[in-house]
Ligand binder design. Structure first.
Ligand SMILES: Nc1ncnc2c1ncn2[C@@H]1O[C@H](COP(=O)(O)OP(=O)(O)OP(=O)(O)O)[C@@H](O)[C@H]1O
Length: 151
């Protein structure tokens, strides 16, 4: 429904490359709403937990190190089918497979420097939101544009 939520994180490369405004702009213009956001240098323990499903992959420790190497913008976005639509807007995991018009298709070339993370399912979104945010950090606000975005 329209209250679906996803977790997005602009990775340290996206932050260093000044892509924060560009990325937020895309989700705002789409019509999704931002309900939580923070600038955070993530701890190793948080990142290991975040990427627990990849712990047996050869790139796992490099991934955790890269994600902790600088500030990350952690966000929760809300809207109709936001989990799936955000993944479409991100592009494929490997930027080489991402179409122009997607974030990864437009702004990066290397799978291990792919600018942004997005939850891959509603279940992952719930897990990741509660991992990165406490409930009081999620802001419930009245959306005055809602009747112009949804019938
Ligand atoms: N072969 C690889 N080499 C280096 N890093 C990789 C590789 N495959 C994936 N990664 C990194 O691990 C992250 C998580 O991989 P996963 O397979 O879960 O892709 P994803 O769900 O598209 O990415 P994310 O979880 O960041 O949105 C990727 O975004 C990328 O940064």
């Amino acid at each position: 429904g329209v209250n679906e939520r996803t977790f997005l994180a602009i990775k340290p490369d996206g932050y260093q490359r000044r892509l924060v405004g560009e990325i937020i702009k895309r989700f705002e213009r789409k019509g999704f709403r931002l309900v939580a956001m923070k600038l955070i240098q993530a701890s190793e323990s948080l990142l290991k937990e975040h990427y627990i499903a990849l712990q047996d992959r050869p790139f796992y420790s490099r991934l955790v190190k890269y994600m902790g190497s600088g500030p990350v913008i952690a966000m929760v976005w809300q809207g109709l089918d936001v989990v799936k639509t955000a993944r479409t807007m991100l592009g494929e995991t490997n930027p080489a497979d991402s179409l122009p018009g997607t974030i990864r298709g437009d702004f990066c070339v290397d799978v291990s420097r792919n600018v942004i993370h997005g939850s891959d399912s509603r279940e992952s979104a719930q897990r990741e939101i509660s991992l990165w945010f406490s409930p009081d950090e999620i802001v419930c606000w009245q959306d005055h544009a809602e009747s112009w975005i949804y019938e």
